[in-house]
Design a protein around this ligand. Structure first.
Ligand code: 4NP
Length: 163
């Protein structure tokens, strides 16, 4: 199973999702063969490491973002990944517009896997305060647990598996 997390800049939300899901999946899905990556729909920060506030908030919870570098979503990603998970509707729409028609069913909102969160989008923390980074982590941890449950149940393309 190959999973790609997508936000706008690939320096805050999607690298967080990549690192958190990798950590949780290593514990909960040790017998699954997973490829986990992240990318952005915009190119403002290509080649840069994750945002310092993002990395520090993640590190306080034990997630290591060092070594990650921002990249943009490429056309080949639509062929390569089985599941492409957008952090918000803006990025979901961008991905759906760029993807070949037959690939669109692999694209969904990441928070579909956290129905209990009561929110459907991971908000962009870039221009907000410190609390935004904690909130992003809370949502991403919940959705990562839900995605693990869905993968265990063999229903990765359905949030039903997460319940
Ligand atoms: P991300 O956050 O999409 O979660 O990586 C952002 C990072 C940078 C910008 C916007 C959002 N920016 O406008 O530079």
């Amino acid at each position: 199973m190959k999973i790609l997390f997508v936000c706008l800049g690939n320096i805050c939300r999607s690298p967080t999702a990549e690192a958190v899901f990798r950590t949780i999946a290593a514990r909960e899905l040790a017998d699954h063969e997973l490829t986990i990556d992240s990318a952005g729909t915009a190119g403002y920060h290509v080649g840069e490491p994750p945002d310092r506030r993002t990395s520090e908030a993640a590190a306080r919870r034990g997630y290591d973002l060092s070594g990650l570098r921002a990249r943009m979503v490429e056309p080949e990603d639509f062929e390569r990944f089985d599941l492409i998970l957008a952090m918000d509707r803006q990025n979901l729409r961008t991905l759906e517009r760029r993807a070949p028609v037959q690939v669109r069913e692999r694209i969904r909102l990441f928070l579909d896997y956290a129905p209990e969160a009561g929110e459907t989008e991971v908000p962009d923390p870039y221009y907000g305060g410190a609390n935004g980074f904690e909130h992003v982590l809370d949502l991403i941890e919940a959705a990562s647990r839900g995605l693990c449950a869905a993968l265990r149940s063999g229903q990765p393309s359905s949030a039903e598996g997460a319940r």
